[in-house]
Design a protein around this ligand. Structure first.
Ligand code: NAD
Length: 489
């Protein structure tokens, strides 16, 4: 039976989770979490200060040695039990994601399936941490290589995928034998709180996962990062904040994983299947109302198909139904806050001033919530402001090109390198693009690549490290090498 909003919100813990207890925060004023579709407060939750943060780290540190020695199978089963519980309660998680973040309920269900898969995947990886044993080349010794957990980790997550960004870090950390302190984004912390309550029900020992919610991210995080007990920081968010965290991490030479911003090019060649390209564009641009690090940010389209692509894409965007995510007929939600909406207005205005044309949309919607009409801009000039920034909203600029070399040069002309998309039916061209596009991931004839079984991550200023796949758990493991003399000598 589906719960009412009030019944669902009553299930969400509102405290900090430290050493297996839900406790009050010592920060000033509770955090009011808003519904971006109405601007109304959903729930008030605890606000952590630096003392709370250090208490969470102390709990993670105290639990570390025992958790690292806990049998991999047992660690795996806690992850698997949590996966099963989240799957049973998928509709509750989907509703909560939609309420606090604004995405349409169908997409929120998709996030639950995707995000929860990291728990199942890493429950399976926990029992496959291997090492090696062999003779030294001289034959006089034996060399062992073992993997060990890095130690207590600090995870900072963004607001846009409230479940998946948490499971992508908690899953591999726990599987590897690391304890963790999680700091969700202040705008959408409720899903993480419900997730951690679910872990508690699944039997996670006290101190293994700790959660602090705070309105003072920098001041509350800094003491954890500078504390010797911390061994690892894993961050997903903007490049600007990632850079600051890297600077702070340098002081103590922390292991770092950084999943940062993107500026994804989406290339459409003259030989592309245009139906597939438009479907791909809808996914790559409109998933999460354009608020994904993987969002197509620059449509680079061959001049011979640009007009048709622009009009077909605009027609599809025009059919989207704006509304509150949890309403069944909504296919496009609001952007996250007024600041994000003002940014869409600024980017559209700048593009028009710089020679681009609005094909559809381009405006804020009056009334409650932070709605912006899905927008296509054509004939955007190379060098325009909008091509240099992460848009993070439902606005699609199209730049036209003539040659493949020109398209690749435009695509790579950015400091970011998270993902690229390319649509062509020519296999050789497709492979040339895969090898020339300077990004950690490429969607070749598809607008969606995210998968728990794949290594997600970027190059250049989009970050370091990978989440998911067989690579994901390595971010939480250290290599230990042992030499011992030949036992027969
Ligand atoms: P953000 O960088 O503003 O915030 C991310 C997190 O960092 C939040 O929890 C925030 O409270 C915290 N934070 C901010 N300043 C901090 C500081 N000084 N010290 C410690 N913590 C701090 O990003 P956002 O607006 O939440 O998310 C959007 C950004 O995230 C976009 O740039 C997007 O591309 C990126 N993102 C990247 C990926 C990826 O996998 N590469 C995935 C999702 C989002």
């Amino acid at each position: 039976m589906t719960l009412s909003e009030a019944e669902l919100l009553a299930k969400v813990p509102t405290g900090l989770y430290i050493d297996g207890q839900w406790v009050e925060g010592r920060g000033e004023n509770a955090i009011a979490v808003e519904d971006p579709a109405t601007g109304k407060v959903l729930l008030e939750i605890a606000n952590a200060n630096a003392q709370d943060a250090l208490a969470a780290l102390a709990a993670a540190d105290a639990a570390q040695a025992k958790w690292a020695r806990t049998a991999p199978r047992e660690r795996a089963e806690i992850l698997r039990r949590t996966f099963d519980l989240v799957r049973e309660r998928a509709e509750e998680f989907a509703m909560l994601i939609s309420l606090e973040m604004g995405k349409p309920i169908a997409e929120a269900r998709g996030e639950v399936t995707y995000g929860n898969e990291f728990l199942r995947w890493f429950s399976e990886e926990a029992v496959r941490i291997t090492g090696r044993y062999g003779s030294s080349p001289e034959g006089t010794g034996r060399m062992l290589v073992a993997k060990r957990p890095v130690g207590p980790a600090f995870a900072i997550t963004p607001w846009n995928f409230p479940l998946a960004m948490a499971t992508r870090k908690i899953g591999p950390a726990l599987a590897a034998g690391c304890t963790i302190v999680v700091k969700p984004a202040e705008l959408t912390p409720l899903t993480t709180l419900l997730l951690v309550k679910t872990f508690e029900e699944a039997g996670v020992p006290a101190g293994v996962i700790n959660v602090i919610t705070t309105s003072t991210s920098a001041a509350t995080s800094a003491p954890i990062i500078s504390d010797r007990r911390l061994r690892k920081i894993t961050f997903t968010g903007s490049t600007a904040v990632g850079r600051k965290l890297l600077e702070q991490s340098a002081e103590r030479v922390l292991r770092t994983s950084m999943e940062l911003g993107g500026n994804a090019p989406f290339l459409v060649f003259a030989d592309a299947d245009l139906d597939a390209a438009v479907n791909g564009a809808m996914l790559a641009k409109m998933r999460n109302i354009g608020q994904a690090c993987t969002a197509a940010n620059r449509f680079i389209v061959h001049e011979s198909v640009a007009e048709e692509f622009a009009h077909r894409f605009a027609a599809r965007l025009g059919q989207l139904q704006l509304g509150r995510g949890i309403d069944a007929d909504t296919t496009c939600g609001p952007v996250i806050d007024q600041r994000a909406r003002a940014n869409m207005e600024r980017l559209v205005e700048a593009t028009v001033r710089e020679g681009g044309q609005v094909i559809t949309g381009g405006q804020s919607v009056a009334g409650d919530g932070y709605f912006f009409t899905p927008t296509v801009l054509d004939n955007v000039q190379p060098g325009s402001t909008i091509l240099k920034e992460e848009i993070f909203g439902p606005v699609a600029p199209i730049v036209r090109f003539k040659t493949e070399d020109e398209a690749v040069a435009l695509a790579n002309d950015t400091e970011y390198g998270l993902i690229s998309y390319a649509f062509t039916q020519d296999l050789k061209r497709g492979l040339r693009l895969v090898e020339s596009l300077d990004t950690g991931m490429t969607g070749l004839n598809t607008g969606l690549v995210s998968n728990a079984a794949a290594p997600f991550g970027g190059v250049k200023e989009s970050g370091t490290g990978r989440e998911g796949g067989v690579e994901g758990i390595q971010e939480y493991l250290e290599t230990k090498y042992v030499m011992t003399p030949d036992p027969f000598l």
